[in-house]
Design a protein around this ligand. Structure first.
Ligand SMILES: Nc1ncnc2c1ncn2[C@@H]1O[C@H](COP(=O)(O)OP(=O)(O)O)[C@@H](O)[C@H]1O
Ligand SMILES: [Mg+2]
Length: 467
């Protein structure tokens, strides 16, 4: 298959980053970690793959105990499919955290945290919750879905808040050993923002933070209007409650449309892509907490591919760590990262809905691999929404930028993979499903190294060698 322009671009990019092609893996696998002596085998283990730990998280006392321990740590520390809840696994974000804390503590603002999927919003919410609880705030959490009703969400949040925080009820909090909640002071039936704010403005002796995550999944109409009304009402009455809202979006007004009335009461904060320093911190955590080491080229390849996106960094590092462990070592080589990128592409691709796969095929046929991959790369580099200018800047090496924009515009106009948005400052584009640009990007990176379609072949030879 002929190299696409984008693959050439990648190779240029990697050269510019000082990253060469991976060397052949050293054989035999060097620098194995010191391992305990294997116990006398009771009987021949069955051939073929098996689980490495019991479901009770006990690690087999075997020749590979050191590696098994690292594998168990890897599962806890690099968790691309779950937000980070363990502070020891949380990298960077110091500035965002400081700003967030100051907004809550000093300015008593309500905060809307927005950013692209996988940028670390939910993880940050976990960390801020822990910090707030340390400062004796009470933190309550709710998450939106399609069709979430304002009344249902707040009734469930208020049912977690003990009634003893309510001025009228301070003292008589328990009834027959049962802790009564604020929800009990609410009328039955649907709730209005006014009713919720009536209850919340009667809080005393504490400060409360109510987190509403996945706000983008809520109904843009009535639900969001009600939340905006609640913010207005809570602010007007100086209630001891602050809302911390998080959702996918590239700007504040995408999430909260009713801003003018509450502009003074909220802080919109974007969670940006991670800096190079923060990406390195993420790898340092893997070094310290798991015991992995990363060859310089391996670390550079992870950060270059992840482009500040913590989800991608976590996903690639996770697979790279596993690839090293399969070779019987804790030392992650560049080759392991290349293997990881191929596996990550396969994993992300395997999870795409069939409509997305059909649309990718259609888009490839219509505008060509290269234009599509350029758009994916621009989306990743920009951390979401991008403009024709961004596309031109990212794919500078290509002479086809104008044609590329026209191609993207055409897809967006058909609603295939992307959508376009026009405001008075111009037009911008966005992939409808973030997994699509991630898949295209990882597949392009894999092909830049391996040539299309051979990603898995070499890994099996490494494993065969290990066995
Ligand atoms: N600060 C961080 N440190 C380490 N890993 C992170 C961090 N932020 C995000 N991640 C990784 O990225 C993934 C996605 O993060 P998440 O908080 O779920 O993003 P969002 O809520 O924005 O979609 C997490 O599973 C985690 O592996
Ligand atoms: Mg989230």
């Amino acid at each position: 298959m002929e190299k696409t322009l984008i693959v050439t671009w990648w190779e240029e990019f990697l050269r510019w980053m000082g990253i060469g092609r991976p060397r052949q893996p050293e054989r035999p696998a060097a620098k194995a970690i010191p391992l305990p002596r294997p116990p006398e085998p009771q009987k021949q283990a069955a051939a073929g793959p098996g689980f490495s730990a019991t479901a009770g998280d006990q690690i087999r006392p075997a020749r590979t105990a050191g590696l098994d321990r690292a594998r168990a740590r890897l599962r806890d520390i690099l968790t691309p499919s779950q937000p980070v809840v363990d502070l020891r696994a949380f990298a960077g974000r110091k500035q965002t955290l400081e700003r967030l804390i100051s907004a809550i503590e000093d300015q008593r603002l309500h905060v809307v945290l927005y950013g692209s999927r996988g940028m670390g919003k939910t993880s940050l919410l976990h960390v801020i919750s822990q910090r707030a609880r340390e400062a004796r705030y009470h933190v309550f959490y709710g998450s939106c879905g399609i069709g979430t009703q304002f009344g249902d969400l707040f009734r469930s949040i208020l049912s977690d808040i003990p009634l003893r925080f309510h001025t009228d009820f301070a003292g008589g909090q328990a009834e027959g050993g049962r802790v009564r909640s604020l929800a009990e002071s609410l009328p039955d039936g649907d709730l209005t923002p006014r009713q919720v704010s009536d209850v919340l403005s009667k809080l005393t002796g504490t400060r409360i933070i109510i987190i509403i995550d996945e706000f983008d999944r809520s109904d843009p109409g009535e639900f969001r209007q009600s939340v905006a009304d609640l913010i207005k009402s809570l602010s007007d009455r100086a209630a001891r409650v602050q809302l911390l809202i998080a959702g996918v979006g590239s700007n504040l007004s995408e999430l909260i449309e009713h801003i003018p009335s509450i502009q003074r009461n909220i802080l919109g904060m974007q969670i940006p892509p991670m800096s190079a320093g923060e990406m390195n911190e993420l790898l340092d955590i893997a070094r310290q907490q798991i015991g992995l080491t990363f060859a310089d080229e391996a670390a550079s390849l992870i950060t270059a591919t992840a482009q500040g996106w913590p989800y991608a960094a976590s996903l690639i590092s996770h697979h790279a760590g596993l690839a090293a462990l399969r070779r019987g070592t804790l030392d992650v080589s560049q080759e392991d990262v290349v293997t990881a990128i191929g596996e990550a592409a396969e994993e992300v691709g395997g999870r795409l809905p069939s409509t997305a796969i059909r649309e990718i095929d259609y888009a490839r046929a219509k505008i060509g691999d290269s234009s599509l991959a350029s758009a994916a790369m621009t989306h990743i580099v920009c951390g979401g929404e991008f403009t024709a200018r961004n596309l031109a800047a990212v794919t500078e090496a290509e002479s086809t930028t104008a044609a590329g924009t026209a191609a993207i515009d055409q897809l967006a106009s058909e609603g295939i993979l992307l959508e376009a948005r026009q405001d008075r400052f111009g037009k911008s584009y966005q992939f409808l499903d973030i997994a699509v640009p991630l898949y295209l990007w990882l597949a392009t990176a894999r092909d830049a190294y391996r040539g299309p379609g051979v990603a898995r072949a070499d890994t099996s030879s490494v494993q065969a060698h290990e066995a």
